[in-house]
Design a protein around this ligand. Sequence first.
Ligand SMILES: CC(C)(COP(=O)(O)OP(=O)(O)OC[C@H]1O[C@@H](n2cnc3c(N)ncnc32)[C@H](O)[C@@H]1OP(=O)(O)O)[C@@H](O)C(=O)NCCC(=O)NCCS
Length: 182
Amino acid sequence: MLDMSVEKSVLDFNIRNLKVEDIKEVYKLLVENRPYVGLNSRYTYFLLARDFSNTCVITEHDGKIIGFSSGYISPSRTDTFFNWETVVHKDYRGNKLQKTMLLQQIKNANVKYFEGTVNPSNQVSESNFLELAELLNAKFEKKILFKEEDFENDGHETEILYRIGPIAQSKLRTTEIIQNSR
Ligand SMILES: CC(C)(COP(=O)(O)OP(=O)(O)OC[C@H]1O[C@@H](n2cnc3c(N)ncnc32)[C@H](O)[C@@H]1OP(=O)(O)O)[C@@H](O)C(=O)NCCC(=O)NCCS
């Protein structure tokens, strides 16, 4: 039987900034992962690629987009990167790509604080945020950002905000998760 752990350890991933030309594939990835990840209009993703390319990334494997993570530097708190959506293709999960993309985004944003929200049912993302705080040797706070009632009880879960920081520049520079073999 094929040893999946060995196969995964030799996978070659490339994380780079989002481009407008990526949106067709990114949108397909998001559609495939509904309802675990929100699906917004294509136009939203085009704008992310056009105006927030520095803080949005994709992961490629074998020329195919298998991961996407969006976010921006908060216009009112310019020391803070806010992570919006992250998704990894189901066949490539378990390779720490969520944490690796988030770390890359924080590095690109060059900020002291990370913020991201998690739904109460998403234990994988919650553990990954906590592990990220640990890796960066930074404190974290959590609080409710938007309640179910704020979404008029349309099935959207509560969004719990995790704020990580302050992140030391030296720690940010030296922290790596996946060592890319390219
Ligand atoms: C949340 C998500 C991005 C994490 O993906 P990832 O980076 O591949 O996850 P990790 O490598 O950190 O693995 C985390 C855990 O997932 C589980 N996992 C591992 N391999 C897996 C696989 N092939 N399939 C499913 N789950 C797996 C394991 O429990 C693992 O824990 P471990 O550290 O004990 O191995 C991914 O699960 C996903 O895309 N989910 C749907 C969208 C979503 O929830 N996005 C976040 C909110 S916007």
